[in-house]
Design a protein around this ligand. Sequence first.
Ligand SMILES: [Zn+2]
Length: 205
Amino acid sequence: MTQRTPATIVNIGYRSTNYWVVSAGASRLLVDIGWPGTLGIMKANLKKVGIPLNEIRYALATHYHIDHAGLAEELKREGVPLLVPNVQVAAIPLMKTWTKPGDHYVDITENGNIVISFEQSRQILSQIGIEGEILHTPGHTDHCVSLLLDDGSVFTGDLPPEVYAFDNPIALATWKMLRERGATRVYPAHGPIRALDETPEEQNP
Ligand SMILES: [Zn+2]
């Protein structure tokens, strides 16, 4: 094992959506990947926080809805490989059905996609210095995933907050699993960071 730097987390989000850069030193993972047609905004926001694009080792979408994965192809062209847990593969081609020509969405190809199993995720993250794993966390869509760091930080995308998910047994089961796995601090795709047991204000992602 090489020496480990604690992960730092920066939000470079815009348009009511959080995009998280998780960093181990200068080795970084982007969690959720921008609205279509907003590469300029994403680059400007990275610049503002002093993060060079070429330090982002992978991009990961919590799920393939346009506010979460809209720039995936363009970022690949900029040299950022797309990490795709295998439950997400079938959802990727459906992205284009939710976009209009005016969105300037660039369809996601298979080029540069690194398809992995959940079991492989810990090792792949470890190779870039990040201690944690990617978990299947259905409840918003069936193909939703979360990044859970070993320090308890969890990036849950659009998973509905537990207190509002009383009619969503799949989401409730996901929250139970995350709690059992040691999640303590929630980094959602919309709204502020919160403790796992804190009641958030209702969001309309
Ligand atoms: Zn969504």
